[in-house]
Ligand binder design. Structure first.
Ligand code: COA
Length: 206
C-alpha cells in the first residue's frame, strides 16, 4: 500500500465523545495540519513529550514531521483528534499507527494535550484505534511505553491490555491486546463499513 488519496480519506473521520459528552473529531492528518501539529507537540508538557517520544525532544524533527503527514505511506497512518476551542478547530490529541501485514499487528503511539488529559479522550481514541486495527484485519494491537508512564499503563490496563517486556529495551513495557472482532461487529460505524465493503477498503490504497 502506498500514499492514500485525501479525497477518499475525509470520509474516515469519526466523532468520539469525551467523558462529559463533548464531541471530538478524529481524522487523518492532512498536509495543511503540519504547522498546527508541530505547535501541538511544542505545547505539550516536557513530561508528556518525553512519554510520547520515549525520550527528550522539544518538537518533531522536520523529517519526522514530513513522515507524520504522509498518511498511508509504508502502511503508517497519523490521525488528529480535534475539538472546537474558542470557535477554532484545535488539535487536542494525535495518534500514529503502523500495520505490519506479516505479523497482522498494529503498533501505535498516542498523546492528548495536557489541558485535555483526564477527560476520557485517550480512552475513546484508543477504542477508535482498535476499530481501525480490526478494519485492517489485524489480529493484535500493541504499543510500547516507559515503565514510569503510570497514566498510559493504567489506561491500557483498564482497556483490557496485557503486558510483556519490550524486546531490546528494558526501559519500556509492551501493552498488547488480541483483536477478535468480526468485520460486521466493529463498534465504529465508518470502520465497520470499510471492513465489510471491499470497495471502500481498496479506496484506501492507490
Ligand atoms: C496516557 C494518555 C494518552 C491518557 O489520555 P487521557 O485522555 O488523559 O486518559 P483518559 O482521560 O481517557 O483516562 C482513561 C484512564 O486512564 C487512566 N489514567 C489517565 N490519566 C492517568 C493518570 N495521570 N494517572 C493514573 N491513571 C491515569 C485512568 O485509569 C483513566 O480511567 P478513569 O478516568 O476511569 O480513572 C495521556 O496521559 C497522554 O497523552 N500522556 C502523554 C503522552 C503519552 O504518555 N503517551 C503514551 C505513549 S504510547
Amino acid at each position: 500500500m502506498t500514499t492514500m488519496r485525501f479525497d477518499d480519506l475525509r470520509q474516515y473521520s469519526d466523532v468520539l465523545r469525551s467523558r462529559h459528552g463533548q464531541a471530538v473529531t478524529v481524522r487523518f492528518v492532512e498536509p495543511r495540519d503540519a504547522e498546527a501539529l508541530q505547535n501541538y507537540f511544542r505545547a505539550l508538557s516536557t513530561r508528556s513529550r518525553y512519554n510520547r517520544f520515549l525520550g527528550a525532544a522539544s518538537e518533531l524533527p522536520p523529517s519526522e514531521l514530513d513522515r507524520f503527514i504522509q498518511v498511508g505511506e509504508a502502511d503508517r497512518f497519523s490521525v488528529v483528534a480535534t475539538m472546537p476551542v474558542d470557535g477554532r478547530e484545535t488539535i487536542v490529541g494525535e495518534a500514529r499507527y503502523a500495520f505490519d501485514s506479516e505479523s497482522a499487528a498494529i503498533e501505535f503511539g498516542l498523546s492528548i494535550d495536557d489541558r485535555w488529559q483526564g477527560h476520557g479522550i485517550g480512552r475513546a481514541l484508543l477504542k477508535n484505534l482498535e476499530c481501525r486495527a480490526a478494519a485492517f484485519g489485524a489480529e493484535r494491537i500493541f504499543g510500547d511505553t516507559l515503565r514510569s508512564n503510570d497514566a498510559m499503563i493504567a489506561l491500557a490496563r483498564k482497556s483490557g491490555y496485557g503486558f510483556t517486556n519490550t524486546p531490546g529495551d528494558w526501559r519500556l513495557t509492551r501493552f498488547q491486546k488480541d483483536i477478535h472482532v468480526e468485520p460486521q461487529e466493529i463498534p465504529c460505524a465508518s470502520w465497520r463499513l470499510a471492513a465489510v465493503s471491499p470497495r471502500a477498503m481498496s479506496s484506501l490504497a492507490v
